[in-house]
Design a protein around this ligand. Structure first.
Ligand SMILES: [Fe+2]
Ligand SMILES: [Fe+2]
Length: 324
């Protein structure tokens, strides 16, 4: 870990400011990191870089979430992906079975690793795509840096487990539909939070206990324990982050905040922004305070329509509602 942090500090220094001439480059922001990670094709390297970026951010070694004096760079429509993983249309995706055979359990494990790898991209995409244009507070970047770090860890432990079982990520084809809803919600942070975090991640939580029981019933206690002890509890926090920021946006719009009125029309140029987002910390606190009294109202109006009753049909309805 120490070596990783030393490497990370050196890596961050590529953009750091200082006294030398070569140090005139602006400091590397968290959004710069996010864009680099999204442009990294190798899934192991993607997870590793994400872990470093999140660690640096969370311990304060990345000074700014984004630089308001520099124009924003849009993240790629599709993150870089390794050619080693053959992607198939969702309709031709590999059959997973119900875990009754070693082959089926390997297919399930491969599919889970694939999903986690996409989740890494999804976490950095929300940071890069929405953080600056929506003038989100630092706590937003904190939350999604943690989510991204978790997703990278999930991918890493599952791909390691694949290797332990004599396989590897990329040994099987994977379905190519996981980014579809990210594309359909790329115009709106509210939509992204609702669809990806309040619906898809919540639905993942609903089905994970069944998946765990299938590994356990098949005799793969080790994989069951990874899912049960590491992934399941952390995925709960990801849903919570989605709900937190969905509520934040709802309440910000209630207070007739001009920033919130920009949803879903992002501010096109970061140079229009007054700072690094930290002033909005007060707004987060305000939201936290007001949630006590307004929680029921908000849930009745919007959140409950999304969070409650999550199932496949609901997910599609929500996607359709929020999609362009
Ligand atoms: Fe995950
Ligand atoms: Fe997650």
């Amino acid at each position: 870990m120490l070596l990783q942090m030393e490497e990370a500090t050196a890596h961050a220094g590529e953009h750091s400011t200082g006294s030398g001439q070569e140090d005139e480059k602006p400091a590397k922001t968290l959004v710069d990191w996010a864009l680099e990670i999204l442009s990294t094709a190798d899934p192991d390297e993607k997870a590793r870089l994400g872990d470093l970026a999140a660690s640096l951010w969370l311990c304060g070694d990345i000074p700014l979430p984004y630089d308001p004096s520099r124009p924003a760079h849009a993240p790629p429509d599709r993150p870089a992906r390794s050619d080693d993983v053959r992607l198939l249309p969702p309709s031709r995706g590999p059959k997973l079975g119900k875990g009754g055979s070693a082959q089926s359990r390997l297919a399930m494990l491969h599919s889970l690793a694939h999903t986690e790898s996409w989740a890494v991209d999804l976490s950095w995409d929300i940071v890069a795509r929405f953080g600056a244009p929506m003038r989100m507070p630092r706590e937003f970047f904190d939350d999604f840096a943690r989510v991204a770090q978790d997703e990278g860890r999930h991918y890493t432990v599952l791909s390691a487990r694949l290797r332990e079982l004599g396989s590897h990520y990329g040994a099987l084809p994977a379905h190519d539909g996981l980014w579809d809803s990210a594309m359909r919600t790329s115009h709106s942070l509210l939509a992204r939070l609702a669809v990806e975090h309040c619906v898809h991640e919540a639905r993942g939580l609903d089905v994970l206990p069944t998946t765990i029981s299938r590994f356990r019933a098949g005799g793969d206690e080790q994989t069951a324990k990874i899912l049960e002890d590491v992934i399941y509890p952390e995925e709960i926090t990801h849903c919570a982050a989605g709900v937190r920021w969905f509520r934040y946006l709802c309440l910000r719009s209630r207070h007739d905040d001009p920033i919130a009125r920009s949803v879903p029309h992002p501010v096109p140029d970061c140079s229009q922004l007054p700072g690094d987002g930290s002033p909005d910390a007060k707004a987060v606190q305000r939201v936290g305070d007001e949630l006590t009294s307004e929680k029921q109202d908000v849930e009745n109006e919007q959140t409950s329509k999304v969070v409650q009753g999550v199932n496949g049909k609901m997910a599609q309805e929500v996607e359709d509602r929020f999609a362009k």
